[in-house]
Ligand binder design. Structure first.
Ligand code: ARG
Length: 457
């Protein structure tokens, strides 16, 4: 390619080192579609002849069809996908093929390709998140009344329901979805026409290219257009946050299917056995989601570090953006998909959740609130409830089983109605504040999630 200026061939190791075809081949469709739009514009603006533009477009369409049908194999020896497509084009239509690269540089070409490619990938991740949200919604509908302990510091704290608990994750995943909408907005900006860095002297029409390719707008500064990758970083960070949420959820699933909790049971199709211990059923899917989170963070760190010292405008360092973001996307997509299937098929052990909620004085706050409703100040009521808990621990009993006489020995405000007030159902039902675990509040969350999903579609 650069024979004219160079007197020696490039060292073959440099060729290998420089080559990006092993990973950027994935952008073949974006590259060809982008080139078709560019060739159209060149023809429309009279920069190349209309007949030549038509010839290039037809050949590019054929190349795309041939790659997709398998008739044309991508050459691993090519430097990158852009060079490969252009070489095939020139091979097929001769001189005319060489006109495609008029008013364009690989710098703005690659900036265009990666944006087009990531726009599609963002939508694909969003579709997967929507399926996960849908699965959470269906499970929540079944468990509006399934009482379980809510934890802080992994100590039993106050009763909630399983629906309320999983809907907390639904909120996080809805924000992940929205973060991706935001990333999409900033990815949806068309950079072609920035040239190598200083645009071009040809009378191009960048807005026409943007319209042809379905971009909302065009980049405003040619140096920025070819040299920033902040939309890649934003995507990397949105994916990292999504993985962080899935990792927390996975961590709880791992705990809950242990014999110590037994809150859920994973379907056999989403668990593995041990090669030595016959009794084992391991939550590998959840563990891998947790593990892959580290890998996706690693990809983000790669991107941030790669970009931090690059002078304007394009530098070859930026070729490193693709492997990192593709790796993050591959892992996130498979993680969300398999996680959703594991979640959908798991069995919820209501009985064990309830039993755990019945021990551990999860209703001690409600016992204090009972006294407050009878007129006592909360701080005093808190102390009495605490003493009752200490009493129960010493006697190896629970608040539910404590005789009324004992209650009365701590405060004469206690009456027969204390048992109703501290029952798990009451504890949950009374927490009807906006956003609380009471069934009515949870049903409202479900309705909102359903309408979010129907708008997302
Ligand atoms: N493969 C290159 C990349 O991914 C394409 C851009 C090459 N531009 C250049 N000036 N060498 O960044």
């Amino acid at each position: 390619m650069w024979d004219a200026r160079f007197s020696k061939a490039v060292d073959s190791r440099v060729n290998d080192f420089n080559s990006s075809i092993s990973f950027d081949w994935r952008m073949y469709k974006s590259d060809i579609t982008g080139s078709i739009a560019h060739a159209t514009m060149l023809g429309e603006c009279g920069i190349i002849a209309k007949e030549e533009s038509a010839k290039i477009i037809e050949a590019l369409r054929q190349i795309l069809a041939d790659i997709e049908s398998g008739a044309l194999a991508i050459d691993p020896e090519a430097e990158d996908i852009h060079m490969f497509i252009e070489a095939v084009l020139t091979e097929r239509i001769g001189e005319t093929g060489k006109r495609l690269h008029t008013a364009r540089s690989r710098n703005d070409q690659v900036a265009l390709d990666i944006r087009m490619h990531l726009k599609e990938e963002i939508k694909a991740v969003q579709t997967l998140i929507a399926s996960l949200l849908d699965a959470i919604c269906s499970k929540a509908e079944e468990h509006v009344d399934t009482v379980m302990p809510g934890y802080t510091h992994l100590q039993r704290a106050q009763p909630v329901t399983f629906a309320h608990y999983i809907l907390a994750y639904a909120q996080m995943f809805m924000r992940d979805y929205e973060r991706l909408c935001d990333v999409y907005k900033r990815t949806d900006v068309m950079p072609l026409g920035s040239g190598a860095l200083a645009s071009t002297t040809y009378p191009i029409d960048r807005h026409m290219v943007a319209d042809l390719l379905g971009f909302s707008t065009v980049t405003e500064n040619s140096m920025d257009g070819v040299s920033d990758r902040d939309f890649v970083l934003e995507l990397g960070s949105a994916l990292s946050i999504l993985m962080m949420h899935m990792s927390r959820f996975s961590e709880e699933i791992i705990l809950w299917c242990s014999s110590e909790f037994k809150f859920i049971e994973l379907d056999d199709a989403y668990s593995t056995g041990s090669s030595i211990m016959p009794q084992k059923k391991n939550p590998d899917v959840a563990e891998l989601v947790r593990g892959k989170t580290g890998r996706v963070y690693g990809d983000l760190t790669t991107l941030l570090t790669m970009m931090k010292g690059i002078p304007l405008a394009y530098n070859k360092d930026m070729q490193e953006d693709k492997e990192a973001i593709f790796d993050a996307l591959d892992n996130v997509k498979i993680a969300v998909e398999v996680f959703t299937a594991m979640f959908t098929t798991m069995t919820v052990r209501k009985d064990n959740m309830r039993a755990a909620a019945s021990r551990g004085f999860i209703n001690a706050t409600d016992c204090a609130d009972y006294l407050v409703k009878k007129g006592m100040a909360f701080r005093d009521a808190y102390k009495i409830s605490g003493r009752l808990v200490a009493h129960c621990i010493a006697e190896n009993t629970t608040l539910e089983d404590l005789p009324l006489d004992t209650y009365k020995s701590y405060s004469d405000l206690f009456g027969e109605d204390v048992y109703g007030a501290i029952s798990l159902e009451t504890c949950v039902a009374e927490r009807g504040a906006y956003g609380g675990p009471a069934p009515a509040s949870v049903r409202r969350q479900i309705t909102l999630l359903r309408s979010f999903l129907s708008e997302a579609k």
